[in-house]
Design a binder for this molecule. Sequence first.
Ligand SMILES: Cc1ncc(COP(=O)(O)O)c(C=O)c1O
Length: 305
Amino acid sequence: MVEAKSIWMDGKLVPWMEANVHILTHTLHYGNGVFEGMRAYKTSKGMAIFRLQEHTKRLLNSAKIVAIEVPYSQSELEKAQIEVIKDNDFKNNAYVRPLVYLGYGAMGVYHKNAPVRVAIAAWEWGAYLGEEGLEKGIEVKTSSFVRNPAKSLFGKAKACGNYLNSQMAKYEAISCGYEEALLLDENGMIAEGSGECFFIVRDGVIITPPNDVSLESITQDSVIKIAKDLGFEVQRRNITRDEVYIADEAFFTGTAAEVTPISSLDKRIIGSGTRGEVTKKLQEAYFDVVYGRNPKYSHWLTYID
Ligand SMILES: Cc1ncc(COP(=O)(O)O)c(C=O)c1O
C-alpha cells in the first residue's frame, strides 16, 4: 500500500502514521464494524469520487443492520470523505475506505457499551486484480467455502466480520494457484466473488444473480444500467457452476475489481479464454463513466475542487 498524508479520525485529520487505536478496540476482537470502498478517479476535470452518495448510504445501512449507531449524518460523512481526498492531494487514482468501528472502553461480546468510532483513509491504488487481469482475464476457482448464509450472517451489510468468509475463500484460491474465488450459496447457486459480483454472457444476453446472498453491489448496479443503455438484455437470475463453464464470457464487477474478465473457472476455459467482446464493451463504457467521459452519468461523480 502506498502511504498517504492524513487520515480522518472522529472529526479531525491526523498524520497517516498516527492514525492508531488501542489494542482493546472492540472491533479487533469480535469483528463488528462496517466499512465501504470507493474509488476516486483522476478525470480531465480533476479528482472525482464515484457514487459517493450511494456508498455512504450503504455504510449507514450496514451500520443499521449490525446495530451500530453512527454519530455522523450522511452529509457529514460525505464532506469528510471529500476532505480526505483534498488533503491528500493524490496524483493518481485513489481508493477511499471509511470504517465505522467499536473502540476502546468495553469488552465482552455484547457490543452496545462500546464507543462508536469513525475513520476515513484513502490511498493511491491501481487495478485490484492486476492490469493484465483487466485485459486478459483471471483464473478463478469455485470455493469450498459457502457464502455466509442469510440464516447466520447479514450479506447486505458490508460488515468486517463477513470478510473472514471472503478472506478464507481468497486464501484458498490463491494458495491453489488461482487469482480469485467464486463462492456458491447453500443451494449451490453462484453467490459472488470474495469481493466482487459476478456476471456471465450467453448468446449476447447478460446474466447476473439476484442479491439474495451477496452485497448489493454499486458496480453491479452501474454495469446493469450501462448494459441496458447499450441495448443489451440483462437477466437477474440464478446461475449454476456448470452454466458458467459453458458461458461465452464471464466477468467480475466491484469497486476494486472494476470490470475484470474471467478467463477460466476450475480450469474450464470460458469462451475464447480471454476478454470477450461484450465484456470489453462494458469495461470501456464503465471506464468512460467513471472518468467522466459520459455526460449521462455525470451525476454519479462528485468532483473535488
Ligand atoms: C463481498 C463483496 N461483494 C461484492 C462487492 C462489490 O460491491 P461494489 O460494487 O459496491 O464495490 C464487494 C466490494 O465492495 C464485496 O466486498
